[in-house]
Design a protein around this ligand. Structure first.
Ligand code: PMP
Length: 461
């Protein structure tokens, strides 16, 4: 059996990867032909690949490495916990210290009366829990017809059959028989792309009122919950107009439907507060968490549930759970991550010092001829690429063509920035320094220049 290590030539690693590893959200043949980039180590905000190239990771992995890479404390806690109790389940009237401690801490951190945690291994699994939990809640309250969950087009809530159905991604719904029944999608509050002649404020209200229209059309007695990301992440970091969330909150209150805030990206400091619900001033009944909960060091997710819903669910037998619900090693790692976020004041200092600096530099990118709008809240930002800013025009090429070119230029300039269609997005570790922000912006600028030159040459402008 071959021993495969970091020291093997890149081409050999790529060939083995292509032969045996199927990548998520990828065209396997195209990737094999190109060769996947092999990441070998990381520290702070910097990734190193198998060729020794150092990249600034402006995506914090997949929006998750909030405390930055390479924190020994998390490795030490994981090793200690593995030696003491590497695994035990929480199904059969048993519990363990890491899960007790983490739940207590999350109840302390979460706003309002969100005091109870149901664990999962990921954000997708947690949203699957939420589907079953809100339907069970209404059934237990004698209203079993309230089973419809309203979500939004271009939302991302995960990739399992349930969470992928909650999401509003057309390419995902096109494969594998999604969505499941009783999921309804309304339009997203994406003013740049869909706002037409309305002001952002008018548009925000109009899009929020689609929730009320949907409840009235479907029937109040049929609707269980509304789910949304406080700020859409994978959909392109779409920051809603200021009028949007207050109106959504009003409608949820009026019709007494449950509000699920998917905090998988927005949670744990990403928007400048512990939770996006605090930044956007919303009062969810359930928050989905994952990613920044452990800064990605261990796979763990969950649902933080309010007193009222927990009381109803706890009074029945909820036939749901995962082998790794409340996994002791993942729970211990998450708890240590929360300790570091708190004690090093990463959330507060990030919000007070580095996030405003990043915002100023990021918004200045609108000086570039390709950049229409620049949006940023805390440490999640996006820019819209456009051939004509005043008209908020789209490129004539297929959506994503220019975004992809820009992303490739970013990689060439040692910056990991992602594209969603023709929007470029960032979500760096919260520990990014001001000088690293300067580097990020310089590289983004350079990449935009190169992208601009290239699309001019190719007649895409
Ligand atoms: N919800 C949101 C808002 C997400 O961004 C994601 C992942 N990007 C998920 C859920 C799914 O999480 P996971 O990939 O851990 O299943």
């Amino acid at each position: 059996m071959a021993i495969i290590t970091n020291h093997m030539p890149t081409e050999e690693l790529q060939a083995l990867d292509a032969a045996h590893h199927m990548h998520p959200f990828s065209n396997g043949d195209e990737l094999s032909a190109k060769g996947a980039r092999v990441i070998t180590r990381a520290k702070g905000v910097t990734l190193t690949d198998s060729e020794g190239v150092e990249l600034l990771d402006a995506m914090a992995g997949l929006w998750c490495v909030n405390i930055g890479y390479g924190r020994d404390e998390l490795a030490d806690v994981a090793a200690r916990q593995m030696r003491e109790l590497p695994y035990y389940n929480t199904f059969f009237q048993t519990t363990h210290v890491p899960v007790i401690a983490l739940s207590q801490r999350l109840a302390e951190l979460a706003p309002g009366d969100l005091n109870h945690v149901f664990y999962a291994g990921s954000g997708s699994e947690a949203n699957d829990t939420n589907i079953r939990m809100v339907r069970t809640y209404w059934a237990e309250k004698g209203k079993p017809t309230k089973s419809i969950i309203i979500s939004r087009k271009n939302a991302y809530h995960g990739s399992s059959v349930g969470s992928g159905s909650l999401g509003g991604m057309t390419p995902m719904h096109a494969q594998g028989g999604l969505p499941i029944p009783d999921i309804h999608h309304i339009n997203q509050p994406n003013w740049w792309a869909e706002g037409g002649d309305m002001s952002p404020e008018e548009f925000g209200l109009a899009r929020a009122r689609e929730l009320e229209e949907a409840i009235n059309e479907l029937g109040e007695d049929r609707v269980a919950a509304f789910i949304a990301e406080p700020i859409q992440g994978a959909g392109g970091v779409i920051v809603p107009p200021e009028t949007y969330w207050p109106e959504i909150q009003r409608i949820c209150d009026k019709y007494e439907i449950l509000l699920i805030a998917d905090e998988v990206i927005c949670g744990f400091g990403r928007t400048g507060n512990w939770f996006g619900s605090q930044t956007l001033n919303i009062r969810p009944h359930i928050m989905t968490i994952a990613k920044g909960l452990s800064s990605g060091y261990a796979p763990i997710g969950g649902s933080i549930v309010c007193d009222e819903v927990a009381e109803v669910i706890n009074a029945c037998e909820f036939n749901h759970g995962y082998t790794y619900s409340g996994h002791p090693v993942a729970a211990a790692v998450a708890l240590e991550n929360l300790r570091i976020l708190d004690e090093e004041k990463i959330v507060e200092k990030g919000a007070a010092e580095t996030a405003p600096y990043l915002k100023e530099k990021w918004e200045a990118l609108t000086d570039h001829p390709l950049v229409g709008e620049a949006k940023i809240v805390g440490f999640m930002g996006s820019i819209a690429l456009t051939p004509d800013k005043a008209a908020r025009a789209k490129f004539a090429s297929d959506p994503g063509t220019v975004g992809y070119i820009c992303r490739e230029r970013c990689f060439a300039n040692k910056l990991v920035m992602r594209h969603v269609g023709d929007r470029m997005i960032i979500s760096p570790p919260l520990v990014i320094s001001k000088s690293e922000i300067d580097t990020l912006i310089d590289r983004a600028h350079q990449s935009l220049d190169e992208c601009y030159a290239r699309i001019k040459d190719e007649g895409l402008l």
